[in-house]
Ligand binder design. Structure first.
Ligand code: ADP
Ligand code: MG
Length: 255
């Protein structure tokens, strides 16, 4: 394993970078105090890489993921997504960028209980105005990809936690985004189910997706290529695990 600081890390061609943060600050005003949730973060994410972000509570993980997910803008500094500076986009353009480039996976799955599996999966396609027939076809093939072909007519409450997370992953894939953002994707699952979800993410990574996941579990972080640890709103360390096998490294990682 190799240790890098955030600044040294991430050399490579500009076109290989799907995400670039330059001197990014996120400051919250609390009464008469400023809280720097992010304090000058520099980071480059190569296309097709797989990241796990961890760090103690309050270190800035959620702020970072919200920012990467274009749910928020930096107070200061630059965020380039697919080469586009998000500071110069309107709110509408920002949600277009989200729909086009990003897929979201949450700890609580965030499925719509009244909708079937198929309807949940294709929801982002309707927001994009894609033809319903095409959307349904795409929904079916993605459902098959995540192992849900037999469950298309079910509602989320009729599914196990692991199956619900598969629906959420399928929904995140519907737009064929370049980046998947996952916030504690296995946090509500037992170990075996969590491992099967991680194996699905590894498979998606092998197919070329860029994956950025927040997790506080070392066994889950061990699936990623790069382990990024946050501390006080900045990057404390990045550990490169690319020379290790995803699965094999689980047993050797130091908790
Ligand atoms: P983590 O997800 O690692 O626990 P957060 O990104 O949620 O950390 O928070 C980082 C810091 O920013 C914390 O000190 C937190 O209290 C503060 N913070 C986060 N969101 C807000 C907010 N909306 N208003 C004020 N302070 C916030
Ligand atoms: Mg958090």
């Amino acid at each position: 394993m190799t240790q890098y600081s955030g600044q040294e890390f991430g050399v490579g061609n500009a076109e290989d970078r799907v995400i670039e943060l330059n001197g990014v600050w996120k400051t919250y005003r609390m009464g008469d105090q400023d809280v720097n949730a992010l304090a000058g973060v520099d980071l480059q994410i190569q296309r097709g890489s797989f990241w796990a972000i961890s760090g103690s509570s309050g270190s800035g993980k959620s702020t970072m993921l919200n920012l990467l997910g274009c749910l928020d803008r930096p107070t200061q500094g630059k965020y380039l997504l697919e080469g586009q500076d998000i500071a110069s986009t309107s709110d509408d353009e920002l949600s277009d960028l989200r729909l086009k480039h990003l897929g979201f996976i949450f700890q609580n799955f965030n499925l719509i209980p009244q909708l079937t599996v198929q309807e949940n999966i294709v929801l982002p396609l309707f927001y994009q105005g894609i033809d319903p027939n095409e959307a349904n076809e795409r929904g079916q093939s993605i459902a098959a990809l995540v192992g849900l072909a037999e469950r298309l007519g079910h509602r989320p409450t009729e599914l196990s936690g692991g199956q619900q997370q598969r629906v959420a992953i399928a929904r995140a894939l519907a737009n064929n985004p370049s980046v998947l953002l996952a916030d504690e994707p296995t946090g509500n699952l037992d170990t075996a189910t969590g491992d099967s979800i991680m194996e699905l993410l590894v498979e998606l990574h092998d197919q070329g997706k860029t994956i950025i996941m927040v997790t506080h579990e070392p066994e889950i972080a061990a699936y990623a290529q790069y382990q990024l640890v946050m501390r006080d709103g900045n990057i404390e360390s990045i550990t490169d695990q690319t020379n290790n096998e995803h699965h094999a490294q689980k047993s050797v990682v130091q908790a």
